[in-house]
Every structure is written in structure tokens, then in C-alpha cells.
Design a binder for this molecule. Structure first.
Ligand code: SF4
Ligand code: SF4
Length: 289
């Protein structure tokens, strides 16, 4: 289990601990004000992190040897801030890391979160210029959306029942979207996103700059070639470069070190030849996040 499970999971995965969804938890960490500030200027936060456009933006500096290492450590410290003495700075996304989750865990999350509101995805708006209501806001974030009209879908506010939300994430999974769950701020859980490469800002921060804003999932996928018939349905599902189709084996080869445990390959397999195994069960990978 990842460090957040040990700190905020009460013996289980952090996003399956019902306490992290409670209104009391939201009030305790000042989630409403934090969320309003962060989501109001999401693009500013995004531009600073991804492109280094502002004076404060690190951008290209991450690629400079030594300077990049020091800077990465500094910025990762923002995301990891748990109990800051002087509050959290939403512009730095302090206390707002997230993690990849597979479909089954996404559905369990939706049983714990309330209310659930479908909202426009900030990442897709910024990179594609489209209003795509593919993100699910919970509790305090859902309550703040009326004050943040850019996140309201074109057809209006869309509260979802649990079963509707679960059907929606299934649709998103079929469409190849990666589920990610988010602290907002830690340990309160505010959202479940359904985004993809290259739009997802969190994935870009991870894959472009190796920033620990997004953690790999609690699982790693594993193939049973005795069940595989070589249909290739999984071959284009991986957005992390972890899965390649091997002509020699007539089946997929999965590089476990690159695998994020999103499960998109597994849900595409009609033969159930790909399974997710707990990352913690693999000694070489249990600390690879
Ligand atoms: S190999 Fe499968 S589970 Fe792993 S990152 Fe790729 S699609 Fe996701
Ligand atoms: S989808 Fe399943 S059966 Fe088809 S190639 Fe991939 S692992 Fe094999």
C-alpha cells in the first residue's frame, strides 16, 4: 500500500476509508475555501506546472541536472503537505495528490462519496477547448460548483445517483479513460476524474517531469498467456507505454515497472487473461509509485 494508505487508510486503501469522505473531515481541513481557490485558478496552476510560463513556473528547469532534482524535491513537498502550520497554498496544489484507480475500486469509491456531481473537466477545457463533463465532484467540491460556473456542464447541473455514477465510469472505462481519485485537500477526498493522455495534467506532470502529483495505482497487471488467444483487444489500451503486443508470444507483454495499474487492458480482454495483482505483493514493485 502507498504512504497515504498507511497514513489515511485506517488499515485499508486511503480512498476506501469512509472517514475521508465525511463533511466533518471537509470542515476540519477547510476544504471549501481550498477547493474554491484551487479550482478558480486551475489553469494558472496548470500553466505554471506544465509549461513554466510564469516567472514562478519551474518548466524547463526540471530537466537541468541537479537543479532539476532539487526543484523536483521542493515541488513534490508542496503536494505532500499534510498539516501545514500556516495553511495550505491552493496555487501550489498543496495537499492535493491523487492516484490511479482501476474500475472496480472507482465503483467502490462512488459508494462512499456523496453527493456526486458531474462537472466539466478543467484539463480537457484547457487543452482541447471543449466542455467535457467527465469528472465527478464529491461533497465539498460539489457544493462549491455553483460558485465556479465554468465547471457546470452545458446542459446544467448534473447530480448523479450512485448507480448512475457507476454506469458512467463503466462507459468512461470502455472509452479508454483513466480513473484517478483526488485528495482535496488531504485527507479529504473531493473528486474522481476520468481523463486520458495527453490531456490529463496530472499524468503529464508525472510522465514529463516525474513529479509525484499522481501516484501509480495499488495494482500491477499480469498476463496469463494460457488464456490469451491473441485477439489484440488490449494492444492499444495502455497510455503509459507499459503494454506491447509480442508477435513472438502472440500476446501482450507488460513491463511491470511502467504499469500504472489502471486496468484498462484487463477490462478490454474478452478472455479474462489479464488480472490486476496487488502492488504490495510484488517485492520489487511495492515501493514503485
Ligand atoms: S499495462 Fe494495463 S494496467 Fe498497466 S498501465 Fe497499461 S493499461 Fe494500465
Ligand atoms: S485482449 Fe486478452 S485475449 Fe486478446 S490479446 Fe490481449 S490478453 Fe490476449
Amino acid at each position: 500500500m502507498c504512504e497515504w494508505c498507511y497514513k489515511h487508510g485506517a488499515g485499508q486503501k486511503w480512498y476506501l476509508n469512509s472517514k475521508n469522505y465525511l463533511r466533518e473531515t471537509a470542515l476540519e481541513v477547510g476544504a471549501h475555501d481550498y477547493i474554491f481557490e484551487l479550482w478558480k485558478q486551475f489553469d494558472k496552476v496548470y500553466l505554471q506546472r506544465i509549461y513554466g510560463i510564469s516567472m514562478k513556473g519551474p518548466g524547463y528547469k526540471f530537466r537541468i541536472p541537479l537543479v532539476g532534482r532539487v526543484l523536483r524535491s521542493y515541488v513534490n513537498g508542496w503536494f505532500r503537505k499534510e498539516r501545514p502550520v500556516k495553511g495550505r497554498n491552493p496555487r501550489r496544489a498543496e495537499g492535493h495528490p491523487g492516484q490511479v484507480v482501476p474500475l472496480e475500486d472507482a465503483k467502490k469509491i462512488l459508494e462512499l462519496a456523496s453527493p456526486i456531481l458531474r462537472v466539466n473537466c478543467a484539463c480537457r477545457k484547457m487543452t482541447r477547448g471543449i466542455n467535457d463533463p467527465c469528472c465527478l465532484a464529491f461533497g465539498a467540491l460539489a457544493e462549491m460548483v455553483p460558485k465556479l460556473p465554468r465547471y457546470i456542464p452545458d446542459r446544467g447541473m448534473e447530480p448523479l445517483h450512485v448507480d448512475e455514477a457507476q454506469s458512467f465510469v463503466e462507459e468512461m472505462n470502455t472509452a479508454g479513460r483513466i480513473n484517478t481519485v483526488w485528495f482535496g485537500p488531504m485527507p479529504y477526498i473531493a473528486a474522481l476524474c476520468n481523463c486520458q493522455q495527453p490531456e490529463c495534467a496530472a499524468v503529464r506532470l508525472k510522465t514529463s517531469y516525474n513529479l509525484q502529483f499522481l501516484y501509480k495505482g495499488e495494482y500491477v497487471s499480469k498476463v496469463d498467456l494460457s488464456k490469451c488467444d491473441g485477439c489484440r483487444a488490449c494492444s492499444s489500451r495502455c497510455q503509459f507505454g507499459a503494454l506491447t503486443f509480442s508477435h513472438l508470444m502472440n500476446g501482450p507483454f507488460i513491463d511491470a515497472w511502467k504499469c500504472y495499474g489502471c486496468g484498462l487492458c484487463a477490462t478490454a480482454c474478452p478472455q479474462h487473461a489479464i488480472q490486476l495483482v496487488e502492488r504490495v505483493s510484488l517485492p520489487a514493485l511495492k515501493e514503485v509509485w
